[in-house]
Write a protein that binds this ligand. Structure first.
Ligand code: MG
Length: 246
C-alpha cells in the first residue's frame, strides 16, 4: 500500500543525484538578479537611508494622541528627545505597519520613584496590540514576564541587560506580523526578535496574541496597525525612532 509514495521518493532522490552530477560550473549556482537595493547605513543617532523617521527631536507630526485623536501632547526636549506627559494618553503613529524593523531609544527617569511596574513604565505596542515592555528593570524586581524586554505577560527576556536609571538604552525590534486567512483564522503567529542595548533579549519569539494586563492573550484577525508608545504615568523619554517596513 506504500508502493506509490516510495516510488515518488525514489524518483525525487534520483532526480537530485542527476541534477548534482550535471552541475560542474560554479556560475550555475550564482544568483545575480534581482540585486538587493543599496541602503546607506545609519550612524549613531541617524537612521539608515530608507527608513521612515518617526521622531528625530524636531516635531511630533507622525504621531497623535490615541486617547482622543488630538495632537500629540508629549513634551519635546532640547536634547532631541521627548518625554511622556502623564495623563495625556498613548502616542500613536498616523501610519500603519506590517512586518518591520524598528529602532528606538528610551530613558527611564534618573530620579527613581516607585517600584516594580511603577518605575519608568512605558511600552512599545506593535500593531497597537503586542507590547514590548519598557520599564526601569535595573535592580527593580517585578514579575519576569513583565520586566523590560518582555513580551508583556507572555515571554520574559532572555537576560536583564538594563542600564541604570537616566541612561539611554536602545531597542532594535524585528517583527513578523501574524497572518490570517480570509476567514479570519490565524495561519501563522506573529514573531519578534528584540535586541536591548545590542543584546538579544527575545529571539524569534512567538506572539501568542494581544498582550493583556488581565487574562490570556486574544487572537483576533487584523491587518497592518500603528505603532503605539504607552503613557503609564511615568516620565520615560524616547528619541531617535525609525522604522523600516519589510
Ligand atoms: Mg508598559
Amino acid at each position: 500500500m506504500y508502493r506509490k509514495p516510495l516510488l515518488l521518493i525514489a524518483c525525487y532522490c534520483l532526480a537530485q543525484v542527476v541534477a548534482q552530477a550535471q552541475i560542474t560550473d560554479p556560475k550555475a549556482t550564482e544568483v545575480w538578479t534581482p540585486e538587493p537595493r543599496v541602503v546607506t547605513p545609519g550612524t549613531a543617532g541617524k537612521a539608515p537611508s530608507d527608513a521612515l523617521v518617526l521622531f528625530n527631536g524636531s516635531h511630533l507630526k507622525e504621531w497623535y494622541s490615541a486617547k482622543d485623536s488630538s495632537a500629540a501632547a508629549w513634551i519635546i526636549n532640547a536634547d532631541s528627545s521627548m518625554t511622556v506627559k502623564p495623563g495625556s494618553g498613548n502616542l500613536q503613529t498616523r501610519r500603519s505597519f506590517g512586518d518591520c524593523q524598528l529602532h528606538l531609544e528610551f530613558r527611564t527617569p534618573s530620579v527613581v520613584k516607585g517600584d516594580g511596574q511603577g518605575r519608568g513604565n512605558s511600552g512599545v505596542f506593535l500593531q497597537n496590540r503586542y507590547e514590548v515592555q519598557v520599564l526601569d528593570s535595573y535592580q527593580n524586581r517585578t514579575y519576569s514576564n513583565g520586566q523590560a524586554g518582555s513580551i508583556y505577560k507572555q515571554t520574559m527576556p532572555l537576560v536583564n541587560v538594563c542600564r541604570a536609571p537616566g541612561e539611554w538604552q536602545t531597542y532594535d525590534i524585528l517583527f513578523t506580523a501574524p497572518r490570517f486567512n480570509a476567514d479570519g483564522i490565524q495561519v501563522a503567529p506573529g514573531r519578534v526578535t528584540v535586541l536591548q542595548n545590542g543584546v538579544v533579549v527575545q529571539l524569534n519569539t512567538e506572539i501568542k496574541g494581544t498582550t493583556e494586563y488581565i487574562g490570556l492573550p486574544k487572537v483576533i484577525a487584523h491587518g497592518k496597525g500603528p505603532l503605539v508608545l504607552q503613557d503609564h504615568d511615568n516620565t520615560t523619554s524616547f528619541r531617535n525612532i525609525w522604522i523600516r517596513e519589510l
